[in-house]
Design a protein around this ligand. Structure first.
Ligand code: ADP
Length: 182
């Protein structure tokens, strides 16, 4: 599914983020930038050791923040590492932290001149964020950003499996009021 936000494209695909040809891909990292399971492990495996070398030098990243490294052997030139919140029921500021993770990822990518970027569904694996709620926050955060920053011309969500794709597609249809289909 694709929609147009001003002159930019917001796209949802089902697939593997390590295979994307966008200029940057986003990693759902932990605050120690130590690598791990899920999408984090997949990105380090596919991108090779150079990414971890840079992560070690950076040292860490607070929840809701983002840092940027090389893409190593990936097609993408950069990996943005962001730390989503662990879901503790929703009363611990999780929604704001999740929105910040998306905003800060886009801001750091924009600082490097990135025009196209792919995101996974941050926090909805090991960190336990309910998929539908996370989808709404994620899509709203990136749509708000695109409304202010036309320099990013493509944001792609790469959803791992049909359930994640459906959650994002349903939410995007719901939010689409101010956007146009392409
Ligand atoms: P978190 O700790 O932020 O929850 P996870 O990696 O456990 O991070 O999960 C985040 C999301 O990434 C989940 O929806 C998971 O299904 C998805 N995911 C796992 N591997 C990949 C991959 N190779 N490409 C895209 N998404 C992936």
């Amino acid at each position: 599914m694709r929609v147009k936000i001003n002159n930019s494209i917001l796209e949802l695909v089902e697939g593997d983020i390590t295979q994307q040809d966008t200029e940057a891909i986003v990693n759902a990292a932990n605050s120690g930038l130590r690598g791990g399971s899920g999408v984090d492990g997949a990105i380090h495996r596919a991108g090779g050791p150079q990414i971890m070398e840079e992560c070690r030098k950076i040292g860490g990243c607070p929840t809701g923040g983002a840092v940027i490294t090389t893409g190593g052997r990936l097609k993408a030139r950069y990996v943005v590492h962001t730390v989503g919140p662990i879901y503790h029921g929703g009363g611990k500021g999780e929604a704001e932290l999740l929105a910040s993770a998306y905003r800060n990822s886009l801001t750091i990518a924009l600082d490097k001149g990135v025009g196209s970027i792919a995101f996974p569904s941050i926090s909805t694996g090991a960190y336990g964020y309910p998929l539908e709620e996370a989808a709404r926050i994620a899509l709203k955060a990136v749509i708000d950003f695109l409304n202010e920053h036309g320099e990013i011309t493509l944001i792609r969500f790469v959803l791992f499996g049909p359930a994640a794709y459906k959650a994002y597609a349903d939410e995007l249809k719901f939010l689409k009021g101010s956007t146009k289909k392409v």
